[in-house]
Design a protein. Structure first.
Length: 406
Protein backbone atom coordinates (compact mmCIF):
# COMPACT_ATOMS: atom_id res chain seq x y z
CA UNK A 1 0.00 0.00 0.00
CA UNK A 2 1.31 3.45 -0.94
CA UNK A 3 -0.04 6.95 -0.32
CA UNK A 4 -1.09 8.67 -3.55
CA UNK A 5 -2.84 11.85 -2.39
CA UNK A 6 -3.70 14.03 0.61
CA UNK A 7 -6.70 16.34 0.90
CA UNK A 8 -7.70 18.87 3.55
CA UNK A 9 -11.08 20.50 4.10
CA UNK A 10 -11.81 23.09 6.80
CA UNK A 11 -15.23 22.83 8.40
CA UNK A 12 -16.98 24.68 11.19
CA UNK A 13 -19.63 22.92 13.27
CA UNK A 14 -21.94 24.89 15.60
CA UNK A 15 -21.93 24.48 19.38
CA UNK A 16 -25.03 24.66 21.55
CA UNK A 17 -23.73 27.97 22.96
CA UNK A 18 -20.42 29.91 23.06
CA UNK A 19 -18.03 28.33 25.60
CA UNK A 20 -15.89 30.68 27.73
CA UNK A 21 -12.44 29.80 29.00
CA UNK A 22 -9.36 31.45 30.46
CA UNK A 23 -7.94 32.65 27.16
CA UNK A 24 -11.15 33.62 25.42
CA UNK A 25 -13.96 31.49 24.06
CA UNK A 26 -15.03 28.87 21.59
CA UNK A 27 -17.28 31.36 19.86
CA UNK A 28 -20.30 29.23 19.15
CA UNK A 29 -18.54 26.76 16.87
CA UNK A 30 -15.51 24.56 16.41
CA UNK A 31 -13.21 25.03 13.44
CA UNK A 32 -11.46 21.82 12.39
CA UNK A 33 -9.66 20.57 9.30
CA UNK A 34 -10.61 17.16 7.95
CA UNK A 35 -7.63 15.32 6.46
CA UNK A 36 -8.07 12.54 3.89
CA UNK A 37 -5.10 10.38 2.90
CA UNK A 38 -5.74 8.27 -0.18
CA UNK A 39 -3.85 5.05 -0.92
CA UNK A 40 -3.15 3.29 -4.22
CA UNK A 41 -5.68 0.56 -3.36
CA UNK A 42 -8.50 3.14 -3.30
CA UNK A 43 -8.83 3.24 0.49
CA UNK A 44 -9.07 6.63 2.20
CA UNK A 45 -7.78 7.18 5.74
CA UNK A 46 -9.24 9.96 7.90
CA UNK A 47 -7.47 12.47 10.13
CA UNK A 48 -8.49 15.67 11.90
CA UNK A 49 -6.57 18.81 12.77
CA UNK A 50 -7.50 21.58 15.18
CA UNK A 51 -8.16 24.98 13.63
CA UNK A 52 -8.42 25.57 9.93
CA UNK A 53 -8.49 27.89 6.99
CA UNK A 54 -6.23 28.35 4.02
CA UNK A 55 -3.03 28.12 6.07
CA UNK A 56 -4.05 24.82 7.71
CA UNK A 57 -5.15 23.35 4.39
CA UNK A 58 -1.90 24.51 2.79
CA UNK A 59 0.15 23.01 5.66
CA UNK A 60 -1.49 19.63 5.08
CA UNK A 61 -1.06 19.89 1.32
CA UNK A 62 2.58 20.86 1.94
CA UNK A 63 3.20 17.34 3.26
CA UNK A 64 2.11 15.81 -0.03
CA UNK A 65 5.62 15.62 -1.47
CA UNK A 66 6.89 13.97 1.71
CA UNK A 67 4.14 11.38 1.76
CA UNK A 68 3.29 10.37 -1.79
CA UNK A 69 4.78 6.89 -2.21
CA UNK A 70 5.08 6.37 1.58
CA UNK A 71 3.72 3.09 2.99
CA UNK A 72 1.05 3.83 5.66
CA UNK A 73 2.33 0.84 7.67
CA UNK A 74 5.70 2.61 8.13
CA UNK A 75 4.56 4.73 11.08
CA UNK A 76 7.92 5.16 12.83
CA UNK A 77 9.48 6.21 9.53
CA UNK A 78 6.60 8.67 9.12
CA UNK A 79 7.49 10.31 12.44
CA UNK A 80 11.04 10.98 11.31
CA UNK A 81 10.03 11.86 7.75
CA UNK A 82 7.81 14.75 8.76
CA UNK A 83 8.60 15.55 12.41
CA UNK A 84 12.21 14.62 13.10
CA UNK A 85 12.62 15.46 16.82
CA UNK A 86 16.05 17.04 16.27
CA UNK A 87 14.80 19.40 13.58
CA UNK A 88 13.44 22.84 14.38
CA UNK A 89 10.33 22.14 12.33
CA UNK A 90 9.35 19.41 14.78
CA UNK A 91 7.21 21.58 17.00
CA UNK A 92 5.37 23.13 14.08
CA UNK A 93 4.60 19.79 12.55
CA UNK A 94 3.66 17.66 15.56
CA UNK A 95 -0.08 18.26 15.14
CA UNK A 96 0.16 17.63 11.40
CA UNK A 97 1.99 14.39 12.17
CA UNK A 98 -0.90 13.44 14.46
CA UNK A 99 -3.50 14.00 11.74
CA UNK A 100 -1.49 11.96 9.23
CA UNK A 101 -0.86 9.20 11.80
CA UNK A 102 -4.63 8.93 12.45
CA UNK A 103 -5.20 8.58 8.70
CA UNK A 104 -2.43 6.00 8.25
CA UNK A 105 -3.72 3.90 11.16
CA UNK A 106 -7.16 4.16 9.58
CA UNK A 107 -5.74 2.98 6.24
CA UNK A 108 -3.85 0.06 7.81
CA UNK A 109 -6.89 -1.01 9.82
CA UNK A 110 -9.14 -0.91 6.76
CA UNK A 111 -6.55 -2.77 4.69
CA UNK A 112 -6.29 -5.56 7.30
CA UNK A 113 -9.99 -5.35 8.19
CA UNK A 114 -9.25 -4.78 11.88
CA UNK A 115 -10.07 -1.88 14.23
CA UNK A 116 -7.25 0.50 15.18
CA UNK A 117 -7.32 -0.75 18.79
CA UNK A 118 -6.15 -4.15 17.48
CA UNK A 119 -3.11 -2.43 15.97
CA UNK A 120 -2.33 -0.94 19.40
CA UNK A 121 -2.35 -4.09 21.48
CA UNK A 122 -6.05 -4.85 21.60
CA UNK A 123 -8.86 -3.30 23.60
CA UNK A 124 -9.29 -3.97 27.27
CA UNK A 125 -12.61 -2.12 27.55
CA UNK A 126 -15.58 -1.78 25.22
CA UNK A 127 -16.51 1.77 26.12
CA UNK A 128 -14.69 4.80 27.45
CA UNK A 129 -16.15 6.79 30.34
CA UNK A 130 -16.27 10.57 29.96
CA UNK A 131 -16.60 13.51 32.33
CA UNK A 132 -19.19 16.16 31.66
CA UNK A 133 -17.22 19.14 30.48
CA UNK A 134 -18.83 22.15 32.11
CA UNK A 135 -18.12 25.59 30.71
CA UNK A 136 -19.28 29.05 31.58
CA UNK A 137 -21.23 30.09 28.50
CA UNK A 138 -22.52 33.30 26.99
CA UNK A 139 -26.04 33.22 25.66
CA UNK A 140 -27.01 32.60 22.07
CA UNK A 141 -28.59 35.34 19.94
CA UNK A 142 -32.02 34.18 21.13
CA UNK A 143 -31.04 34.60 24.79
CA UNK A 144 -30.74 30.89 25.58
CA UNK A 145 -27.72 28.95 26.80
CA UNK A 146 -26.09 31.26 29.36
CA UNK A 147 -24.12 29.60 32.18
CA UNK A 148 -22.78 32.18 34.63
CA UNK A 149 -24.26 31.91 38.11
CA UNK A 150 -23.80 28.93 40.45
CA UNK A 151 -27.51 28.15 39.96
CA UNK A 152 -27.13 28.07 36.16
CA UNK A 153 -24.03 25.92 36.51
CA UNK A 154 -25.81 23.38 38.68
CA UNK A 155 -28.83 23.34 36.34
CA UNK A 156 -26.51 22.76 33.35
CA UNK A 157 -24.61 19.92 35.06
CA UNK A 158 -27.81 18.30 36.26
CA UNK A 159 -29.30 18.42 32.76
CA UNK A 160 -26.15 16.93 31.20
CA UNK A 161 -26.08 14.19 33.83
CA UNK A 162 -29.74 13.38 33.12
CA UNK A 163 -29.16 13.31 29.36
CA UNK A 164 -25.80 11.51 29.17
CA UNK A 165 -25.32 9.79 32.54
CA UNK A 166 -22.13 11.56 33.64
CA UNK A 167 -20.88 10.86 37.17
CA UNK A 168 -17.65 12.87 36.80
CA UNK A 169 -17.75 16.62 36.17
CA UNK A 170 -15.02 18.94 35.02
CA UNK A 171 -15.42 22.69 35.40
CA UNK A 172 -13.42 24.80 32.98
CA UNK A 173 -12.63 27.98 34.87
CA UNK A 174 -10.32 30.97 34.66
CA UNK A 175 -13.13 33.24 33.44
CA UNK A 176 -14.50 34.85 36.62
CA UNK A 177 -12.72 35.82 39.86
CA UNK A 178 -11.55 32.64 41.63
CA UNK A 179 -13.82 33.20 44.65
CA UNK A 180 -16.86 33.30 42.33
CA UNK A 181 -15.79 30.12 40.50
CA UNK A 182 -15.17 28.51 43.90
CA UNK A 183 -18.80 29.20 44.77
CA UNK A 184 -19.87 27.50 41.53
CA UNK A 185 -17.58 24.49 42.01
CA UNK A 186 -18.74 23.95 45.58
CA UNK A 187 -22.38 24.31 44.46
CA UNK A 188 -21.83 21.52 41.92
CA UNK A 189 -20.35 19.22 44.56
CA UNK A 190 -23.25 19.96 46.91
CA UNK A 191 -25.86 19.35 44.19
CA UNK A 192 -24.38 16.08 42.90
CA UNK A 193 -23.35 14.08 45.96
CA UNK A 194 -21.41 10.90 45.18
CA UNK A 195 -20.11 12.26 41.87
CA UNK A 196 -16.47 13.24 41.28
CA UNK A 197 -15.14 16.65 40.24
CA UNK A 198 -12.17 18.34 38.63
CA UNK A 199 -11.39 22.03 38.19
CA UNK A 200 -9.25 23.46 35.38
CA UNK A 201 -8.49 27.21 35.30
CA UNK A 202 -6.13 26.70 32.33
CA UNK A 203 -3.11 27.79 34.35
CA UNK A 204 -4.10 31.45 34.77
CA UNK A 205 -4.04 31.56 38.58
CA UNK A 206 -0.93 32.78 40.38
CA UNK A 207 0.64 30.23 42.72
CA UNK A 208 -0.90 32.07 45.69
CA UNK A 209 -4.38 32.17 44.11
CA UNK A 210 -4.10 28.52 43.09
CA UNK A 211 -3.10 27.57 46.63
CA UNK A 212 -6.06 29.42 48.14
CA UNK A 213 -8.47 27.76 45.68
CA UNK A 214 -6.95 24.30 46.23
CA UNK A 215 -7.14 24.58 50.00
CA UNK A 216 -10.79 25.66 49.70
CA UNK A 217 -11.80 22.54 47.69
CA UNK A 218 -9.64 19.97 49.48
CA UNK A 219 -12.63 18.52 51.34
CA UNK A 220 -14.52 17.70 48.11
CA UNK A 221 -14.53 14.55 46.01
CA UNK A 222 -11.83 15.78 43.59
CA UNK A 223 -10.33 13.61 40.86
CA UNK A 224 -7.57 16.16 40.42
CA UNK A 225 -6.77 19.87 40.16
CA UNK A 226 -5.82 20.57 36.53
CA UNK A 227 -3.25 23.19 35.51
CA UNK A 228 -3.89 25.29 38.64
CA UNK A 229 -1.05 27.63 37.67
CA UNK A 230 1.39 27.82 34.76
CA UNK A 231 4.73 26.12 34.27
CA UNK A 232 6.22 22.97 35.78
CA UNK A 233 7.99 25.14 38.35
CA UNK A 234 4.76 26.86 39.34
CA UNK A 235 2.72 23.66 39.59
CA UNK A 236 5.51 21.97 41.58
CA UNK A 237 5.05 24.59 44.32
CA UNK A 238 1.52 23.22 44.90
CA UNK A 239 2.47 19.60 45.52
CA UNK A 240 1.67 19.81 49.23
CA UNK A 241 -1.95 20.86 48.66
CA UNK A 242 -3.27 17.35 49.07
CA UNK A 243 -5.13 17.03 45.74
CA UNK A 244 -3.57 15.18 42.75
CA UNK A 245 -2.33 17.71 40.18
CA UNK A 246 -2.94 17.16 36.47
CA UNK A 247 -1.83 18.86 33.27
CA UNK A 248 -2.41 19.12 29.59
CA UNK A 249 -0.12 22.14 29.23
CA UNK A 250 3.22 21.50 30.95
CA UNK A 251 3.71 17.79 30.13
CA UNK A 252 2.82 17.43 26.46
CA UNK A 253 5.96 15.80 25.11
CA UNK A 254 8.55 13.23 26.15
CA UNK A 255 11.14 15.79 27.26
CA UNK A 256 8.67 17.32 29.69
CA UNK A 257 7.53 13.88 30.81
CA UNK A 258 11.14 12.98 31.62
CA UNK A 259 11.54 16.24 33.57
CA UNK A 260 8.36 15.50 35.50
CA UNK A 261 9.63 12.01 36.37
CA UNK A 262 12.99 13.34 37.59
CA UNK A 263 11.52 16.28 39.49
CA UNK A 264 7.80 15.64 39.94
CA UNK A 265 5.28 18.43 39.45
CA UNK A 266 2.10 16.67 38.28
CA UNK A 267 0.52 13.36 39.27
CA UNK A 268 -1.75 12.87 36.25
CA UNK A 269 -0.80 13.38 32.60
CA UNK A 270 -3.73 14.19 30.30
CA UNK A 271 -2.87 12.57 26.98
CA UNK A 272 -4.05 14.37 23.86
CA UNK A 273 -3.78 12.45 20.61
CA UNK A 274 -3.14 15.71 18.74
CA UNK A 275 -0.71 17.45 21.13
CA UNK A 276 1.48 14.36 21.48
CA UNK A 277 1.65 13.68 17.74
CA UNK A 278 -0.67 10.70 17.40
CA UNK A 279 -2.38 7.83 19.17
CA UNK A 280 0.82 5.75 19.29
CA UNK A 281 2.79 8.53 21.01
CA UNK A 282 0.08 8.62 23.70
CA UNK A 283 0.31 4.85 24.16
CA UNK A 284 4.09 5.17 24.58
CA UNK A 285 3.69 8.04 27.07
CA UNK A 286 1.10 6.02 29.01
CA UNK A 287 3.65 3.20 29.34
CA UNK A 288 6.17 5.62 30.85
CA UNK A 289 3.46 6.85 33.23
CA UNK A 290 2.63 3.25 34.16
CA UNK A 291 6.30 2.60 34.93
CA UNK A 292 6.58 5.63 37.21
CA UNK A 293 3.09 5.30 38.73
CA UNK A 294 1.77 8.52 37.22
CA UNK A 295 -1.94 8.66 36.41
CA UNK A 296 -3.20 9.15 32.86
CA UNK A 297 -6.43 10.40 31.36
CA UNK A 298 -7.56 11.26 27.84
CA UNK A 299 -7.57 14.98 27.06
CA UNK A 300 -9.90 16.80 24.69
CA UNK A 301 -8.73 19.66 22.49
CA UNK A 302 -12.15 20.09 20.86
CA UNK A 303 -13.00 17.21 18.60
CA UNK A 304 -15.31 16.16 15.83
CA UNK A 305 -16.05 12.48 15.26
CA UNK A 306 -12.70 11.54 13.71
CA UNK A 307 -10.65 12.85 16.59
CA UNK A 308 -13.20 11.42 19.02
CA UNK A 309 -12.55 8.01 17.44
CA UNK A 310 -8.81 8.42 18.11
CA UNK A 311 -9.62 9.19 21.77
CA UNK A 312 -11.86 6.12 22.00
CA UNK A 313 -9.25 3.79 20.51
CA UNK A 314 -6.63 5.26 22.88
CA UNK A 315 -8.94 4.89 25.87
CA UNK A 316 -9.72 1.32 24.84
CA UNK A 317 -6.13 0.09 25.04
CA UNK A 318 -4.64 1.85 28.10
CA UNK A 319 -4.47 -0.46 31.12
CA UNK A 320 -3.69 2.47 33.42
CA UNK A 321 -6.61 4.69 32.40
CA UNK A 322 -7.97 5.27 35.89
CA UNK A 323 -9.86 8.51 35.22
CA UNK A 324 -12.80 9.39 32.98
CA UNK A 325 -11.82 11.03 29.68
CA UNK A 326 -12.65 14.61 28.71
CA UNK A 327 -14.60 15.55 25.60
CA UNK A 328 -16.10 18.78 24.33
CA UNK A 329 -18.17 16.53 22.07
CA UNK A 330 -21.53 16.86 23.83
CA UNK A 331 -21.46 20.64 23.23
CA UNK A 332 -21.65 20.12 19.45
CA UNK A 333 -24.96 20.32 17.64
CA UNK A 334 -23.89 17.94 14.85
CA UNK A 335 -21.00 15.92 13.45
CA UNK A 336 -19.45 15.18 10.06
CA UNK A 337 -19.34 11.38 10.45
CA UNK A 338 -21.94 9.09 8.94
CA UNK A 339 -24.66 8.15 11.38
CA UNK A 340 -24.42 11.58 13.04
CA UNK A 341 -23.25 12.37 16.56
CA UNK A 342 -22.24 9.43 18.71
CA UNK A 343 -24.28 8.86 21.87
CA UNK A 344 -23.26 8.60 25.49
CA UNK A 345 -24.74 5.74 27.51
CA UNK A 346 -24.26 5.97 31.28
CA UNK A 347 -21.58 8.62 30.69
CA UNK A 348 -19.59 6.43 28.29
CA UNK A 349 -19.18 6.11 24.51
CA UNK A 350 -18.74 2.74 22.82
CA UNK A 351 -15.39 2.11 21.15
CA UNK A 352 -15.94 1.81 17.36
CA UNK A 353 -15.48 -1.79 16.20
CA UNK A 354 -15.41 -1.27 12.41
CA UNK A 355 -12.18 -1.49 10.40
CA UNK A 356 -9.65 1.30 11.00
CA UNK A 357 -10.92 4.17 13.12
CA UNK A 358 -14.42 2.82 12.52
CA UNK A 359 -15.87 6.14 11.40
CA UNK A 360 -16.53 7.37 7.86
CA UNK A 361 -17.40 10.81 6.52
CA UNK A 362 -20.91 11.96 5.81
CA UNK A 363 -20.00 13.83 2.63
CA UNK A 364 -23.15 15.99 2.72
CA UNK A 365 -22.29 17.14 6.25
CA UNK A 366 -18.68 17.89 5.30
CA UNK A 367 -19.93 19.99 2.36
CA UNK A 368 -22.51 21.76 4.55
CA UNK A 369 -19.99 22.70 7.26
CA UNK A 370 -17.21 23.55 4.79
CA UNK A 371 -19.69 25.97 3.22
CA UNK A 372 -20.55 27.39 6.66
CA UNK A 373 -16.82 27.95 7.32
CA UNK A 374 -16.53 29.85 4.02
CA UNK A 375 -19.51 32.00 5.01
CA UNK A 376 -18.49 32.95 8.55
CA UNK A 377 -14.73 32.33 8.56
CA UNK A 378 -12.52 31.86 11.57
CA UNK A 379 -12.10 35.30 13.15
CA UNK A 380 -12.52 36.09 16.01
CA UNK A 381 -12.98 32.44 16.79
CA UNK A 382 -11.04 32.43 20.06
CA UNK A 383 -12.15 35.75 21.54
CA UNK A 384 -14.87 36.16 24.13
CA UNK A 385 -17.87 37.89 22.51
CA UNK A 386 -18.87 39.22 25.94
CA UNK A 387 -15.56 41.12 26.29
CA UNK A 388 -14.72 43.06 23.10
CA UNK A 389 -11.04 43.95 22.88
CA UNK A 390 -10.10 41.69 25.80
CA UNK A 391 -7.09 39.41 25.61
CA UNK A 392 -5.65 37.04 28.20
CA UNK A 393 -2.87 37.72 30.67
CA UNK A 394 -1.08 35.24 32.92
CA UNK A 395 -1.79 35.57 35.76
CA UNK A 396 -5.17 36.90 34.83
CA UNK A 397 -5.89 40.29 36.40
CA UNK A 398 -8.95 41.13 34.36
CA UNK A 399 -11.71 38.67 35.22
CA UNK A 400 -15.12 38.77 33.61
CA UNK A 401 -17.71 40.48 35.82
CA UNK A 402 -19.93 37.80 37.36
CA UNK A 403 -22.74 40.34 37.82
CA UNK A 404 -23.11 41.06 34.09
CA UNK A 405 -25.57 38.84 32.24
CA UNK A 406 -24.12 37.71 28.94
MG1 LIG B 1 -6.86 21.55 30.68
Amino acid sequence: MKIVDIRATTVTVPLEAPLRHASGAHWGRFVRTIVEVEADNGLVGLGELGGGGESAEAAVRGLRDYLVGHDPFALEALRFAIANPTASLYNNRIQLLAAIEFACLDLVGQHLNVPVYDLLGGKIRDEVEFASYLFYRTSNADGTGEVRTPEQLVAHATALKAEHGFTVHKLKGGVFPPEFELEGYRALAAALPGDRFRYDPNGVLSVAQARRFGEAIRDLHNDYYEDPTWGLNGVRQLRDIGIPLATNTVVVNFEQLATNVRDPAVDVVLLDTTFWGGIRACVKAAAVCETFQLGVAVHSSGELGIQLATMLHLGAVLPNLSYAADAHYHHLTDDIISGGKKSYVDGAIAVPTGPGLGVRLDRDKVDEYAELYKEIGGYPYDRDPARPGWYPLVPNERWADPAIAT
